[in-house]
Design a protein around this ligand. Structure first.
Ligand code: 6GU
Length: 248
């Protein structure tokens, strides 16, 4: 996978992209990235990227010309046609399903919005407008890094253990079950007996039950979207959670 990032602040990306899983994924050749500063595409002497809004009002707005010129340049260099994402708090909410969808693309281009906003015509450059949550960031850079992290770890081979991405919270629409490691008792807190039993089928059933319970307690909104088996509905009922039904 190739990831292009259009940003006024390429230096912000150095930490996350050169650490841990992302660093290793790049070293393994699983993905590559290129940071492009669209200020380099501003034509005037002062390399201006923003201007005052038509119609008045506070703040500055990103100008279309440097962003369009930068996207043109990237499209000319790209191998395939990158799937273009515009970061904006007004976008579609990012989630694990979207991360999986984007992880299957050959080439991505993130356009990081900044300042108080951008000229509306910039939106026409994007295939998708995405937000990472209902709060306002000073720019799209952190949102882009969050998305790159969630996407790249899903590329086969990026995580050491192929199982671990499948067991993630949300991968099946459920939160994760609780995990423990040694010691068996720590400060009086014991690891659940079942996990020490070596009984794989019972452990799997316990984990499923824990994941269901956790999701019911913390994220009933997720539970409502699941295709539960009759047995799982029964299990939830016994734990005191009303069997959720999906009313279309
Ligand atoms: Cl993608 N951009 C900005 N500026 N703020 C956000 C966001 C994106 N997602 C949530 N808040």
């Amino acid at each position: 996978m190739k990831i292009w990032v259009l940003t006024l602040f390429p230096e912000m990306f150095q930490g996350p992209l050169s650490t841990s899983i992302l660093k290793r994924a790049k070293e393994k050749g699983l993905f590559d990235y290129q940071l492009v500063n669209f200020r380099d595409f501003a034509k005037d002497r002062h390399r201006t990227v923003d201007d005052t809004p038509y119609g008045g009002g506070a703040g500055m707005v990103l100008k279309p010309e440097p962003v369009f010129a930068a996207v043109d340049s990237i499209m000319a260099q790209a191998n395939s046609c990158p799937y273009r994402i515009l970061t904006t708090p007004q976008g579609e909410p990012f989630n694990q399903r979207l991360a999986k969808e984007l992880a299957a693309k050959e080439e991505l281009l993130f356009i990081c919005g900044h300042y108080e906003g951008y000229d509306e015509r910039i939106r026409s450059l994007a295939d998708r407008e995405i937000s990472i949550g209902d709060y306002v960031l000073t720019g799209g850079e952190l949102a882009t890094m969050v998305m790159i992290d969630a996407i790249v770890r899903l590329i086969p081979g990026a995580l050491g253990d192929e199982q671990s991405a499948q067991n993630d919270s949300f991968s099946e629409g459920l939160l994760d079950y609780p995990q423990y490691t040694k010691p068996a008792v720590f400060r009086g807190l014991a690891v659940p007996e079942i996990l020490l039993s070596g009984h794989h089928a019972r452990i799997a059933a316990w984990r499923r039950r824990q994941a269901l319970q956790r999701t019911a307690e913390r994220r009933p909104d997720l539970l409502a979207k699941l295709d539960l088996t009759a047995e799982e509905r029964e299990m939830l009922q016994q734990m005191g959670y009303p069997a959720p039904t999906c009313e279309e």
